[in-house]
Design a binder for this molecule. Structure first.
Ligand SMILES: *[C@@H]1O[C@H](CO)[C@@H](O)[C@H](O)[C@H]1NC(C)=O
Ligand SMILES: *[C@@H]1O[C@H](CO)[C@@H](O)[C@H](O)[C@H]1NC(C)=O
Ligand SMILES: *[C@@H]1O[C@H](CO)[C@@H](O)[C@H](O)[C@H]1NC(C)=O
Ligand SMILES: *[C@@H]1O[C@H](CO)[C@@H](O)[C@H](O)[C@H]1NC(C)=O
Ligand SMILES: *[C@@H]1O[C@H](CO)[C@@H](O)[C@H](O)[C@H]1NC(C)=O
Ligand SMILES: *[C@@H]1O[C@H](CO)[C@@H](O)[C@H](O)[C@H]1NC(C)=O
Ligand SMILES: *[C@@H]1O[C@H](CO)[C@@H](O)[C@H](O)[C@H]1NC(C)=O
Ligand SMILES: *[C@@H]1O[C@H](CO)[C@@H](O)[C@H](O)[C@H]1NC(C)=O
Ligand SMILES: *[C@@H]1O[C@H](CO)[C@@H](O)[C@H](O)[C@H]1NC(C)=O
Ligand SMILES: *[C@@H]1O[C@H](CO)[C@@H](O)[C@H](O)[C@H]1NC(C)=O
Ligand SMILES: *[C@@H]1O[C@H](CO)[C@@H](O)[C@H](O)[C@H]1NC(C)=O
Ligand SMILES: *[C@@H]1O[C@H](CO)[C@@H](O)[C@H](O)[C@H]1NC(C)=O
Length: 734
């Protein structure tokens, strides 16, 4: 039953209990047992893992590497420390002790999904003056219970939880997000941080699109097509797939992929891998050009006798890497004159993967099954990920015919940075008010306008919901961190709806930032803890050591032969100053004074996410490099003149402000990118959001002097208006 509540705690008076609900993301049904009595997490001494279940695992989820109850408990213990600064060690025991959190597994029949079936992801929480008992339908259920405890503690004064109990379970089994990591590379660490982000909101699935290319102009020459950007992100030394991966430095080895899957699984998140074919297969045709369809070099010719065997070779190489029960064949946007071949491809691959590797298969909803012949239709065991009504109707074409369907409808389809037709961020209004009746969205709501196209809420064929973030415009249209910003506020809101929560938009907005700041296992905002808004301040007043004057103690360390004299740091090849910091996320101001003494290009600042350079190769334009791409300003620092420089990250834009000492005029330059493809417009001046590089000062061929380096949290509002206007024009290469 859905409760429409407008204030955070509303009481329906029962004779002995008070019905309430926890505001959390997702919301949690909660019954208060005694008004105004609480248990504070500050009283906690131990997490006690029920000895009977310490090694139990959930075998019903999508992952084949499910953590034990004990290992979930130890993640929880780490989280209590990192999010709430509580030190609560894990013990194994037979029963709760006073001031403990007891974690156990119990009566799985209590927890039902939206279709009324048992779910292993349910849990209960019982809070008394003695402590907390978390009972999961499985260890994963218990872990979701720990997320509720962390969230409620983060939201309450003094980490006090009301006495009472919660019984909670997800309405749908698949909850999470899709990310196109083919047309843009993301480092493993980023993907793992995203899993931590999802997990805090009880989202359990991260679907990764591993092979693709941006749209290919059919008019290009064969050589140009062979050279066009594409990627296959898994890199195996197996000779069977030699040459398939051409981007070793932007790929995942088996151990990288193992690490991603293990790290995500440790927080209850399963990686669903997708290798796309027979459409969007440029990377495969570049590997084996004879497999290409005559009419389209991005598509496979399924009738070629080697196509299916070669795809089986690829899958058999990588299937042993994957730890999910389901893998994704892609299979969207194929030639509509080749439906019979398409169905043959999907069914053959399904049988091959199912028989030899015991895995299930999913595809994007593409061609509706034909009424004429059931024999050539897609096997009913293949699940369908609906994305567009112009492809197929998820309810009539698939669900009513017995297919299981995952909802990735285009109402939550986003394209990074720019698109002629899709938005760039998840639409929060639509999450809370986007249903046909103006109510919230839910996984069974495929069509937001016409309810006739939606199955009932309790349809057992609805697998769940997942928004998709695509990188249509390729690697240089965004920085890595911009993928996070596209999802940052919307994805947790959808998390409430994917679970079946009943948060209202105002409630969500009132708790989001507080909860966001408490998410363990990630620092996607690239925050740096600081006593004041001045994070770091080096005035180089000491000739021997670099002291941080901010009060934060972020002292620098001199590497090599740098000279410091009269508050000036002199940089040259082989000398650098390292800080204990890495990157700073938006908003920030990194200010410094600099005097280049040689036109030789070189690095001013660097960090794991980005580098600020006074030139590169043969040019000495200022540039920011991130993810291997350079965003170059039409500006060169004046030689042998001091200039006050500020690198500013504000909102979605990044600027360089410069005031040379022989001038009183500040000039402001914006780091932007140009994007486009053959079939769309070409767009100039797209803003780039790039983190400040603050790990190393100097360190390569830059020669010159620096003084007064300051890193501030925040940026002057006056820069908001400095964004260059977008210019939309015609693609230069049509
Ligand atoms: C609980 O606290 C509220 C607000 O302080 C008060 O109005 C109410 O009477 C208390 N209820 C009980 C049962 O003590
Ligand atoms: C388990 O839960 C179900 C549903 O709430 C209930 O009917 C059943 O009695 C419970 N079993 C035990 C052993 O507690
Ligand atoms: C195909 O299968 C569907 C669902 O099982 C059934 O309703 C339909 O009659 C079948 N069509 C033919 C032509 O056999
Ligand atoms: C960047 O932010 C500005 C101001 O908030 C907004 O108008 C603009 O649409 C954003 N651009 C992109 C590409 O997100
Ligand atoms: C967000 O969604 C609402 C409801 O579907 C819609 O009215 C609105 O136009 C959308 N906003 C944007 C910017 O697309
Ligand atoms: C709603 O969907 C049904 C089924 O697809 C269709 O018959 C009907 O015309 C649609 N209604 C509107 C107003 O578009
Ligand atoms: C990977 O190497 C290629 C070719 O040298 C280069 O263009 C690209 O920027 C590199 N990528 C990264 C993330 O460093
Ligand atoms: C670079 O800036 C100079 C003046 O500062 C200007 O004349 C020139 O047109 C600019 N070049 C480009 C490509 O914008
Ligand atoms: C400042 O000095 C630079 C480098 O010598 C020179 O290019 C520039 O024209 C000077 N600017 C002014 C306003 O004198
Ligand atoms: C950054 O600045 C923009 C523009 O003033 C503002 O909208 C945004 O809230 C700021 N972000 C943070 C994290 O302060
Ligand atoms: C990004 O790539 C496109 C296509 O290769 C190119 O035209 C554009 O100049 C690049 N933009 C930047 C900022 O490098
Ligand atoms: C150092 O830089 C900060 C920030 O730009 C500025 O406020 C301060 O006046 C500068 N200090 C000196 C000694 O130049």
């Amino acid at each position: 039953m859905k409760l429409e509540l407008s204030v955070s705690v509303v009481f329906v008076i029962f004779p002995t209990a008070i019905l309430a609900r926890w505001l959390g993301i997702p919301s949690v049904p909660f019954i208060e047992s005694e008004a105004n009595r609480t248990f504070s997490l500050k009283q906690l001494k131990y997490i006690i893992v029920d000895s009977k279940y310490q090694n139990a695992v959930n075998t019903e989820g999508e992952t084949l590497i499910p953590p034990t109850l004990k290992s979930f408990a130890s993640v929880f213990s780490d989280d209590l420390s990192s999010s709430l600064e509580l030190s609560v060690p894990v013990r194994i025991g037979e029963a709760a002790l006073p001031n403990s959190i007891f974690m156990t597994v119990g009566n799985a029949s209590r927890y039902l999904d939206a279709a009324g079936r048992k779910t292993s992801e349910g849990y209960s929480i019982d809070i008394t003056i003695y402590g907390i008992v978390i009972t999961g339908a499985s260890p994963l259920g218990a872990f979701w219970g720990t997320r509720s405890v962390l969230q409620q503690a983060a939201l309450s004064d003094g980490m006090k939880l009301s006495l009472g109990s919660a019984i909670d379970s997800p309405g749908w089994a698949i909850r999470g997000v899709f990310l196109d990591i083919a047309r843009h590379y993301y480092p493993s660490e980023f993907l793992i941080e995203m899993c931590s982000y999802l997990s805090f909101f009880k989202q359990n699935t991260f679907h990764l699109h591993l092979s693709d290319s941006p749209g290919l102009n059919p008019d290009l020459t064969y050589e140009e097509k062979m050279d066009f950007y594409s990627a296959f992100r898994l890199d195996s030394p197996d000779p069977a797939v030699k040459g398939l991966n051409k981007r070793a430095n932007e790929s995942y080895s088996q151990s990288d992929f193992e690490n991603i899957q293990e790290s995500c699984a440790s927080r209850g998140v399963t990686i669903i891998p997708e290798i796309e074919a027979p459409g969007h297969a440029l990377v495969i045709n570049q590997w084996k050009p004879k497999l290409a369809l005559d009419t389209d070099f991005t598509m496979l010719n399924i009738s070629h006798p080697e196509t299916i065997p070669d795809m089986q070779t690829i899958w058999s190489t990588f299937l042993p890497w994957f730890h999910s029960k389901t893998v994704h064949l892609g299979a969207d946007e194929y030639q509509s004159t080749e439906i019979t071949e398409y169905n043959l491809y999907v069914n053959t691959m399904h049988d091959y993967i199912n028989k030899n590797f015991d895995k299930k298969v999913r595809i994007w909803g593409t061609f509706p099954p034909s009424e004429i012949s059931n024999e050539t239709n897609i096997n009913l065991n293949v699940s369908i990920q609906h994305w567009e009504y112009f492809e197929a109707n998820p309810y009539f074409d698939f669900i009513q015919k017995g297919y299981n369907v995952l909802n990735s409808d285009d109402q939550f389809y986003i394209v990074a940075k720019w698109s002629g037709s899709y938005p760039q961020t998840l639409n929060i209004t639509r999450i809370f008010h986007g249903a046909t009746d103006g109510g919230p969205t839910a996984p069974y709501i495929f069509d937001k306008v016409n309810a006739t196209n939606n199955p009932p809420r309790d349809s057992p064929y609805v697998l769940g919901q997942m928004p998709a973030l695509w990188n249509d415009f390729g690697p240089n249209s965004t920085s890595v961190i911009e993928a996070y910003y596209a999802l940052r506020e919307g994805l947790p809101a959808l998390g409430d709806k994917q679970w079946g929560g009943d948060l209202l938009m105002d409630e969500y907005l009132s708790i989001f930032e507080t909860l966001q700041a408490a998410i363990p296992g990630q620092n996607l905002d690239r925050r740096i803890s600081s006593k004041t808004s001045i994070i770091l301040s080096y005035d180089f007043s000491n000739n021997e050591k670099v002291y941080d004057k901010s009060g934060n103690g972020y002292d620098g360390e001199i590497k090599g032969d740098c000279m410091i004299e009269s508050s000036i740091l002199t940089l040259k090849t082989g000398c650098s100053v390292t800080t204990p910091l890495f990157s700073k996320g938006r908003n920030y101001t990194l200010s410094f004074s600099v005097k280049p003494t040689s036109p030789t290009p070189g690095t001013l600042f660097s960090g794991p996410a980005s580098s600020l350079l006074a030139g590169n190769g043969s040019i000495n334009n200022v540039m920011l490099i991130t993810g291997g791409d350079a965003y170059i300003l039409n500006y060169t620092l004046p030689l042998n003149v001091w200039a006050d420089v500020r690198l500013i990250g504000i909102g979605n834009a990044t600027y360089l402000s410069v005031t040379p000492s022989n001038s009183t005029m500040e000039t402001v330059h914006e780091f932007t990118t140009t994007i486009g493809d053959y079939s769309n417009s070409f767009i100039w001046n797209n803003p780039m959001a790039i983190e400040a590089p603050v790990a190393v000062i100097g360190g390569d061929s830059f020669e010159g002097q620096m003084r007064n380096i300051t890193l501030l949290n925040g940026a002057d509002e006056k820069y908001v208006g400095f964004a260059k206007p977008l210019v939309i024009g015609v693609a230069p290469y049509t």
